[in-house]
Design a protein around this ligand. Structure first.
Ligand SMILES: Cc1cc2nc3c(=O)[nH]c(=O)nc-3n(C[C@H](O)[C@H](O)[C@H](O)COP(=O)(O)OP(=O)(O)OC[C@H]3O[C@@H](n4cnc5c(N)ncnc54)[C@H](O)[C@@H]3O)c2cc1C
Length: 343
């Protein structure tokens, strides 16, 4: 009854699913804007937007962050003792500009993500859920397919995907077809070639996915929603992820996300497939622990962290912590105004 589109039209046979009752949508773009606005008002903090960082260079004491004003073309340089590179597909080229020996050999290949979208209110109103299937062994690159209700600019829509597509751009909005060729260096060509040779089925899969027709995509959707009609769905290019390849991976592709840290801890970068906006707090914590551990050293700092994150430093995988998790989850539901069972 909670996922009628998924169940209707299915041959009578038992279907197993795990249902998580809690959950809500969160507009991370809006949240990020609010946090940055608050940050900009703090003493000693400035938020600058509309700048494209063109290179990161290290001198004796600090990083020189070179940038260009996107509107005027004016060039400028800032100095920073610590730099965090969180530029999505733009992170790899910036990391390559640092000249750090530990960044040598890093390469990346972009994978586009396409989604099927349905706007028909009569259909959308019948799916108030996010339903995941198992990751098909043939398509590890994009993870498990899912059929979700989303609100984009306040308008409810159904999204199904992702489907992989072939691209050489690293960024959806501002990327260029030259991004991939420009990222090639004598020290990473070997890594990329080795990965292509060791992952021929993956390369074939990516090309086939990109070339497949609408009806084949609809067949994938009908595994979730058997009565889906092609006329109700359209295909959109939703984003690009840049899969980072390291020489130490020896040609295997892990599809994970990782925080890269310079040996002297003066720079960190978020690299990997699709980090997921929802892991941003975890990534910030990982970066602080690795590069700025002194910030967490005092008792006062630990007390503040525990106040902000009640499960800070607690291993929730331990069965003994189940009670704490349950308490925190209930409290969060209360703060967000979610009561179990009415979603
Ligand atoms: C359709 C879709 C649905 C998704 N759903 C979810 C979800 O439900 N939950 C979830 O957790 N995640 C979801 N994701 C994934 C999530 O959107 C990404 O993982 C997340 O946006 C990555 O954030 P980021 O800040 O690291 O990179 P990005 O969002 O790519 O942002 C990087 C920014 O850096 C800028 N930039 C790049 N290079 C430079 C440069 N040289 N100088 C200045 N700026 C630069 C870019 O313009 C961009 O604004 C979804 C993604 C898509 C496409």
């Amino acid at each position: 009854a909670w996922a009628p589109l998924v169940m209707e039209g299915r041959p009578a046979a038992p279907v197993a699913a795990t249902r998580v009752d809690g959950g809500t949508e969160l507009h991370y773009g809006l949240l990020a804007r609010q946090l940055l606005e608050w940050l900009g008002g703090q003493e000693g903090c400035v938020v600058e937007t509309g700048r494209r960082v063109t290179a990161l260079r290290r001198d004796e004491e600090a990083w020189r962050v070179r940038m260009t004003d996107v509107a005027t073309g004016e060039r400028m340089t800032h100095r920073a003792r610590f730099v965090f590179v969180g530029a999505g597909g733009g992170s790899l080229p910036l990391l390559q500009s640092t000249g750090l020996p530990e960044a040598a050999g890093l390469g990346g290949f972009p994978i586009g993500g396409q989604w099927l979208v349905c706007d028909d209110p009569a259909i959308v109103s019948r799916h108030v859920a996010k339903v995941y299937g198992a990751t098909p062994p043939s398509s590890p690159s994009l993870g498990a397919p899912h059929l979700d209700l989303r609100r984009l600019d306040g308008r409810p829509q159904l999204l199904f995907g992702p489907f992989a597509s072939w691209t050489t751009r690293f960024l959806k909005q501002t990327g260029r077809w030259t991004d991939l060729p420009w990222s090639l260096r004598p020290d990473n060509v070997g890594t990329l070639l080795r990965t292509a040779v060791r992952n021929r089925p993956l390369v074939r899969y990516l090309i086939a996915e990109g070339l497949q027709r609408m009806e084949r995509r609809m067949d994938a959707l009908r595994l979730f929603y058997p009565r889906a009609r092609t006329a109700d769905w359209r295909l959109v290019e939703a984003g690009i992820r840049v899969q980072t390849l390291k020489p130490s991976d020896r040609g295997t592709v892990s599809f994970g996300t990782e925080v890269f840290a310079a040996r002297d801890r003066s720079l960190a970068a978020l690299l990997g497939a699709s980090p997921g906006a929802s892991v941003s707090v975890n990534i910030a914590l990982q970066t602080i622990r690795t590069c700025l551990p002194h910030l967490l050293g005092s008792g006062e700092a630990r007390a503040r962290m525990s106040k902000m994150i009640p499960m800070y430093d607690v291993d929730l995988a331990q069965p003994a912590q189940a009670g704490l998790y349950e308490r925190c989850a209930r409290e969060a539901d209360g703060v967000l105004g979610l009561t179990r069972g009415d979603r």
